[in-house]
Ligand binder design. Structure first.
Ligand code: ADP
Ligand code: MG
Length: 461
């Protein structure tokens, strides 16, 4: 028995003694402190001589039998010692242990509150800023999300995070929620998937008998909060009534000075039948895009998974996975998890050969090159490749050229010099072309959708 176990054991015995012995002796029982338990002898110390004498004379048989019952040892007995200093010392020790236990209990309670808050806020514990790897593709979005988490409803409201599936939108959005819950627990956070919002709205508006009351409950649920996180807003497409309601929800939140964060897999204007009011509300704040991570960021992401899960893997195995899963972080994680599972099942090392065997990536897969980007872009705009590289300045060809340059830069991350060489232009001209398209992507729907379609044809989406 260690010291704490001994104290606990004594607490149990003491409780029984208090329950069985007359009240008049309770103060003496309380004066007893345990000092040891050896070979069935439980030694207790008191600082009061009377306590020792009285208990020993009048109650020792009863006390021993209680101990025998609890310890299940028929020879056990309680030995009472009088020692003022030792009793004082032991008392202090017991108080210290009590205090520690109280603190641990409080901590446990706090953790319980937190996990309860998490489930009511619907957050996944993994999605925190600490677990989010920052790279060129997501730095701006990450910094904006962190700024919102630190100072909600001050600058970027709403924050609109957009990008293709599996690039970390939900992760970043929930990271804002976690940050707030941990650092500012008084604030109420609500995370909601758009489809849940829609079905909640529909089911509330269908209940006819007390629909006004229902709607006001619904409104309260989504406006009585400090930060609302609405995931995958594109799912609201064509649901006009829900859009109107959401618009009201946002107006109320905005007026109350509350933070709104939204994610979407596309730009607001690309959401079918979106109302102007809603679309312009989204654009009033800050819009940030997530693009696919470059090789080093991908490598860092799986290295992190390995580290967090104590997984040992060869460097070139990690590089192999990072190389072939480039468009979607969810798929990248899935591929790595598959290799790890395989290694665990069959008790193998994680080597490049194992990764090859498990993932069977097509290593002859056509790489994305300036040539095939230009070829696909020319086809899309119905112009000649030679014209794209040539000097013609017609509007159609210029747009095709600028688009090809933009996509080359985005997908290959090569320097403007190199891209300029390919398109037979100065690097400043390619840089200008890139900036032109980048500037128009958010405002001109035809440009963003042509880029999307070309990327689809290149099979990078
Ligand atoms: P989206 O909502 O854009 O479809 P998610 O946020 O669900 O994507 O991300 C998909 C998976 O990839 C999640 O498991 C997420 O944790 C992970 N992930 C995405 N980006 C990163 C990143 N930069 N660092 C670490 N993990 C990431
Ligand atoms: Mg998501």
């Amino acid at each position: 028995m260690n010291n704490i176990e001994l104290k606990r054991f004594w607490e149990k015995v003491k409780e029984e003694l208090i329950g069985s012995l007359p009240e008049s002796v309770h103060p003496w029982i309380y004066s007893l402190e345990v000092s040891g338990y050896d070979k069935g002898v439980l030694t207790v110390v008191t600082g009061q001589t009377m306590a020792k004498e009285w208990l020993r004379k009048n109650h020792s048989v009863q006390m021993d039998s209680i101990l025998q019952k609890i310890s299940q040892n028929n020879n056990a007995r309680i030995h009472i010692i009088y020692d003022e200093t030792a009793a004082h010392q032991l008392k202090k020790e017991t108080e210290k242990i009590h205090k520690k236990e109280m603190e641990a209990q409080l901590k446990e309670q706090a953790m319980e509150n937190l996990s309860c808050m998490h489930s009511s806020a619907n957050l996944n514990l993994k999605y925190k800023f600490e677990n989010f790897v920052v790279g060129d593709n997501n730095k701006f979005a990450h910094d904006a999300a962190l700024a919102v988490a630190k100072h909600p409803a001050t600058k970027f409201n709403p924050l609109f995070i957009y990008g293709n599936a599996g690039l970390g939108k939900t992760h970043l959005m929930q990271a804002i929620g976690h940050y707030t819950i941990f650092n500012n627990p008084k604030l109420r956070v609500k995370y909601t998937k758009t489809d849940d919002y829609i079905s909640d709205f529909i089911s509330n508006s269908r209940k006819t008998n007390d629909s006004i009351e229902n709607m006001s409950k619904f409104n309260k649920k989504y406006t009585n909060i400090d930060i609302i996180l609405i995931d995958d807003i594109q799912l609201i497409e064509s649901k006009e009534k829900t859009m109107v309601r959401m618009q009201q929800t946002f107006d109320t939140l905005y007026e109350k000075g509350k933070q709104i964060v939204i994610t979407s897999d596309r730009l607001p204007e690309e959401i079918p039948k979106i109302t102007d009011a809603l679309s312009s509300r989204f654009k009033k704040g800050l819009m940030v895009e997530l693009t696919p991570p470059d090789f080093n960021t991908r490598l860092e992401i799986i290295k992190n998974i390995a580290k967090n899960n104590d997984i040992k893997a060869d460097k070139d195995a990690l590089e192999y996975v990072a190389k072939y899963f480039s468009k979607n972080v969810r798929e990248l994680e899935g591929a790595f998890t598959k290799v790890c599972a395989y290694a665990e099942f069959y008790n193998k090392q994680i080597t490049i050969d194992l990764a090859r065997e498990v993932l069977k990536c097509d290593e002859n897969n056509k790489q994305i090159t300036f040539d095939n980007i230009t070829e696909v872009t020319a086809k899309y705009f119905e112009v000649d490749i030679n014209d794209i590289k040539g000097t013609t300045r017609s509007q159609k060809i210029s747009l095709a050229r600028q688009t090809a340059i933009y996509i080359c830069r985005e997908l290959t991350n090569q320097s403007f010099e190199l891209i300029g060489e390919f398109f037979r232009r100065k690097h400043t001209t390619t840089m200008y072309a890139y900036e032109q398209i980048k500037g128009k992507i958010n405002s001109q729907k035809n440009i963003s959708s042509s880029i999307r379609e070309i990327k689809q044809a290149l099979k990078v989406l």
